[in-house]
Design a protein around this ligand. Sequence first.
Ligand code: AMP
Length: 172
Amino acid sequence: MEYIKAHVRDVMDFPTKGIVFKDLTTAFKDPRALHIIGWDLSQLYRDKGVTKVVGIESRGFIGGSILAFELGAGFVPVRKPGKLPADTLKMSYKKEYGTDTIEIHRDAISEDDVVVLHDDVLATGGTMAAAVELVKSLHPKKIYVNFIIELEALHGRDALPDDVEVTSLIKY
Ligand code: AMP
């Protein structure tokens, strides 16, 4: 874990003033850090019978794909509006300023699926809470939620429903 932490870059005032952005590109580009991230993420879900990993656009696509591959599961993207080509379900949610919308293909998840939703960083949890609602509306057997990094001071876990298990590799 210390090895991954040593490869996360803090970028001050990005994307706006006052934000300390946890940049994982410096970890992803390091072969050993990428390997450890993939291995450690997959160890959390080895015995859970996971059939689909849902990655949140766009940074969640990286760890989400690796996790799906490691678990022998399928990968499903949750994307910004207008990006997915077939029939979709949409969910809007409040951001600090205004609202945002995310989408998933309506046929992406079935009732037999055991799903892990993955994003790189848990901040306020607003995005993931909306993604959980979206996936819940497709009625999978079980939903887990996972992040590489959790920013504990922002209490993002409180935004997520009590009936989903949340894990993160690194807490700040
Ligand atoms: P949230 O506030 O949890 O809805 O976060 C919105 C999106 O922005 C998520 O995809 C996070 O990964 C990303 N994000 C928010 N704050 C940070 C941060 N300080 N460092 C890196 N990514 C962030």
